[in-house]
Design a protein around this ligand. Structure first.
Ligand code: NAP
Length: 199
């Protein structure tokens, strides 16, 4: 099957592409580094991508920026970026992509555990992540032609912690996070929030 992976060059996206590639035709998309590019913060760029790519069986998003800062320092533009990129960027990947995805196909988005387990500095991220989870549960009720939608909600990824100079043992390996996307894509579930937490 033909799968669009947006955010394919990222820590999670790379692991998802590796997990899917043996069995599926993956179209890797990212902001700058992949051969095929999109800016999910720009609705016109998403529409142009779907026009170039044509029919698909599934769309996976492992992209989306939100700002992590103390509440007192979060500016209007920090909230704007978090909402227009992580939240509406992924919502628009679904809205504009419906006509491109074949009957019975799926969307799999990415939120994050801050949707449910808050931490200081996470207000804008929790807002975007919880919004994605609410959108997913509701959109699942209305998608046409047997289309499915789910959202993967990862905790800290081990590779990300390592890159930040923190203990990777507190995180979940990218390869384990990737299995949640594969399960969402190859399974039958819809409207689900799939949490992937460290053991
Ligand atoms: N890593 C974690 O610990 C963790 C935990 C929970 C949730 N998450 C969420 O998971 C998602 C992916 O995280 P990650 O750590 O894998 O990110 P990452 O390593 O920073 O990779 C981000 C990916 O998204 C692409 N991208 C960035 N801005 C984009 C835009 N405007 N339009 C389209 N693509 C864009 C990047 O493309 P280029 O390479 O071309 O720039 C790259 O492929 C994020 O939403 C993050 O909040 C991550």
């Amino acid at each position: 099957v033909r799968i669009l992976v947006v955010g394919a060059t990222g820590t999670i996206g790379r692991a998802v592409v590796e997990a899917l590639q043996p069995r599926h035709a993956v179209i890797a998309v990212s902001l700058q580094q992949a051969a095929e590019q999109v800016d999910i913060g720009d609705p016109g760029s998403i529409r142009a991508l779907y026009q170039r790519i044509g029919q698909l069986d599934a769309v996976v998003s492992t992209a989306g920026r939100a700002v992590f800062k103390p509440l007192s320092e979060l500016s209007d533009s920090d909230f704007q970026l978090s909402l227009s990129n992580k939240l509406m960027g992924q919502v628009n990947l679904v809205r504009y992509g419906i006509t491109n995805v074949r009957d019975g196909g799926s969307f799999t988005l990415t939120s994050g555990i801050l949707a449910r387990l808050p931490t200081p500095g996470g207000a804008a991220m929790s807002l975007a992540n919880a919004g994605l989870e609410g959108f997913t549960r509701a959109a699942a009720l209305e998608l046409p032609r047997g289309l499915r939608i789910n959202v993967v909600s990862p905790g800290w990824v081990a590779e990300t912690l390592q890159a930040m100079g923190r203990d990777p043992a507190a995180g979940v390996a990218a390869v384990a996070v990737a299995r949640a996307y594969v399960a969402a894509l190859e399974g039958k579930s819809t409207g689900q929030v799939i949490e992937v937490l460290p053991p």
